[in-house]
Design a protein around this ligand. Structure first.
Ligand code: 2HG
Ligand code: ZN
Length: 477
């Protein structure tokens, strides 16, 4: 338990409105987004300044209390959920949600960790700039979580992952010192780039409290198309040709197999069938269309027409309005929700060298036909950057809570192992963008290069010798 004296010290440091301790208020902070983990805590700290975060961390350091940083609670791997002991303090960054500054000339902005991703995008757009990270959960996920998990999403092909969008960081270290590196410099070769340690560390090395992020010119408009293709091999070939035709204008290249479209049609109100024929798969392609390239729309239309004409694509529709663009993105972004509504699922967030994606899908489907007969593969996602959400749903008609569902879920360890072994054989990653958290520690131990793993442990020991920062996440305690 957390001692009464420690609780009193924490509450005094946080001040009125700075903490929650009533069980009903605390409960949402103890369950992860996918409801895989149900932890306990006595206190949710809600500091509103870096000084208060540092004060909380200093007290926890002195008392050897575990600290679990908590953002929008949208993570898939249980990284923001306390353990079952009740002795860990949850540290919510939600009240640290100020936009500290926006610099449209220097193309950067400084935000606190508790800003939602949507607020970050809005702060950029208010000065005619773009903050490009884009995710299905952007209305509720927080920038601190995006940084700590090195979030990906649908614009990685053009702009990179969250790590690539960072110029500077402010971090409270496990002993309460503050690393103040909120610089907006593009060039700064001054020794080790220590801020990199905290990006993707999932709160195990410190608490990110603010960041200086890169901004980009805002595209004046977008050209958005849905292109039907014969499968993954055809999608990958289309990617190669589209990149060579349109270069860095491509902002998104997302693959949706027929199974994903069927789930969307069954479970999402208002989703219309994009094509009459049930094609094996579709690709959502989006290009940025600046006013300086007025001919791009006509070129894109001509290009898609030629692809269909030549039989390389099966069909194509180009969004003719903002509303049609929104409808295509609604369809893409709601696939995870449609799959949840369908029932249980077994998930894989994998990435592969793009040239091996089709080989992966073919081999994986053959292995799954033996391991999980009847299960449906719903393998969709960010093909433009090589990241597939290769998820399984049980056979149609499997009822929630039924023995059939239980036996499907019972296959998860064997199926996960087979899929991740295959990914490793093909030179891919078992965790492309969702991180490690608590869920994938054994996978990290199995697949990570042992030298890299031992470096990770050395870094953890050097920065957090007491092991108080997000204990039991990424690395075993
Ligand atoms: C997406 O790309 C998310 O939609 C969620 O990363 C993926 O639910 C999933 O497996
Ligand atoms: Zn994704």
């Amino acid at each position: 338990m957390i001692s009464g004296a420690a609780l009193a010290a924490l509450k005094a440091a946080l001040g009125p409105g700075g903490w929650l301790d009533v069980p009903a208020d605390v409960e949402p902070y103890t369950v992860d987004f996918r409801r895989l983990y149900h932890g306990r805590t006595t206190l949710v700290a809600r500091p509103d300044s870096v000084e208060k975060v540092a004060a909380v961390v200093r007290i926890c350091h002195a008392e050897r209390l575990g600290i679990v940083p908590h953002g929008g609670n949208t993570s898939y791997c249980g990284g923001a959920t306390p353990d079952e002991s009740g002795t860990e303090v949850v540290l919510s960054l939600a009240r640290m949600n100020r936009v500290r500054s926006v610099d449209p000339v220097g193309y950067s902005m400084v935000l606190e960790a508790g800003c939602t991703l949507h607020a970050a995008q809005a702060a950029a757009s208010a000065v005619g700039r773009l903050f490009p990270l884009s995710l299905g959960s952007e209305a509720s996920c927080q920038v601190g979580g995006n940084l700590s998990t090195n979030a990906g999403g649908t614009a990685v092909l053009r702009y990179g992952m969250m790590r690539d969008l960072v110029l500077g960081l402010e971090v409270v270290l496990p002993d309460g010192r503050v690393l103040d590196q909120l610089r907006s410099l593009r060039k700064d070769n001054t020794g080790y780039d220590v801020k990199q340690l905290f990006l993707g560390a999932e709160g195990t090395l410190g608490v990110i409290t603010a960041a200086c992020l890169k901004l980009f010119p805002a595209p004046d408009d977008y050209l958005t198309a849905l292109v039907a293709v014969g499968g993954m091999a055809e999608a990958v070939e289309l990617l190669g040709r589209t990149r060579s035709a349109f270069g860095d204008s491509i902002e998104a290249f997302e693959y949706l197999p027929r199974a994903a479209l069927e789930l969307a049609r069954t479970h999402l109100a208002g989703v219309i069938a994009p094509f009459d024929a049930p094609h094996p798969g579709c690709v959502l392609i989006e290009l940025a269309a600046p006013r300086t390239l007025p001919e791009l729309g006509a070129r894109f239309e001509e290009y898609l027409g030629a692809e269909v004409e030549a039989g390389r694509a099966l069909d194509a529709v180009l969004a003719a309005s903002g509303q049609q663009r929104d409808a295509l993105w609604f369809l893409r972004e709601h696939i995870p929700e449609a799959q949840v509504r369908e029932g249980a699922s077994i998930k894989h967030d994998v990435s592969l060298p793009i040239a091996r994606l089709a080989e992966f899908v073919g081999t994986a489907e053959r292995r799954l036909a033996e391991l999980a007969p009847g299960a449906r593969v719903v393998g969709y996602g960010h093909v433009g950057d090589g990241n597939l959400h290769f998820n399984l749903s049980p056979a149609p008609g499997t009822l929630r809570g039924s023995p059939a569902e239980a036996s499907f879920l019972g296959l998860a360890p064997v199926v996960n192992r087979a899929m991740h072994d295959l990914v490793a054989e093909l030179g891919g990653s078992f965790s492309a963008e969702h991180g490690i958290g608590r869920l994938k520690i054994a996978e990290l131990e199995r697949y990570e290069d042992p030298v890299a793993l031992s470096l990770m442990r050395s870094i953890k020991d050097a920065l957090d010798p007491q092991g108080i920062m997000n204990p039991g996440k990424v690395l075993r305690r």
